[in-house]
Ligand binder design. Sequence first.
Ligand code: GLN
Length: 297
Amino acid sequence: MEEAKRYTKDGKVADYIPELGNANPDDLSIAINYPDGRCISAGDIDKNITLQSISKVITLALVLMERGFRYVFERVGMEPTGDPFNSIAKLETMAPAKPLNPMINAGALVVTHMLKGDSVEDRFNRLLGFIRELAGGPSVGFSEKVARSEFESAHLNRALCYFLKQHNIITEDVEILLDLYTKQCAVEMNCLDLARIGMIFAMDGVDPLNGKRIMPEDVARICKTFMVTCGMYNASGEFAIKIGIPAKSGVSGGIMGAVPGKFGIGIFGPALDEKGNSVAGLKLLELLSKNYRLSMF
Ligand code: GLN
């Protein structure tokens, strides 16, 4: 922690979602959750993080369970892009205009569009229930303020939605989809909860404390594979080489890691590098991976 904390000053908090701009760039915290229930942590662990892009993996898991693999992958691809997470460029060159993967915004919007339910409230509450099950407790909440702040400023995401609607990949009202998507991104928890969710993915979808299966093994495997190939946006290749564990980051500065068969990691460090990943969080993971030989490769 001490070594990694020095790197917080090399990054900047995201402010394209105005409410995220209020985060303290010096914050850094980490939790590791083991399958036997032990949890070790350090840093500002009482701070809450909104999931932002980390939510994309969890929504994907739920949608794969609700809709099946075929339905989902007819509408979103499996390939990394090498472009920033909010890029529209590849959509224009693809025919059909299907987003390349569920971890970029275009793909995530399509996945959120697939959440079943009668209303935004109904769809969001089911997602929140699933997230609470993964986190193992009711402490998981949602920040109305962050959701509203993003909803009011999500011009680029609106543009992606309208493009996808033009090509019939999205069929619902764009404002309704953005309402649901921005709520999903504003789901809030501390890094201990995040570590526990990572642990469930690490353990192939089973809660090891009570043996309950929360998602099929195949769903957990697909999610972890996307975390390796696309989880850190267009820094995923370097991350795989330097760190080598399935992980997903968000512009709030959160990173969720799932070390297969071993443990889950939750990190919060809002100072970001130019690709939108937590600078000190990446450093922490690099040190952990080297010192404890965590790379799966
Ligand atoms: N809510 C954010 C957005 O859509 C999530 C992006 C991210 O965390 N990279 O812009």
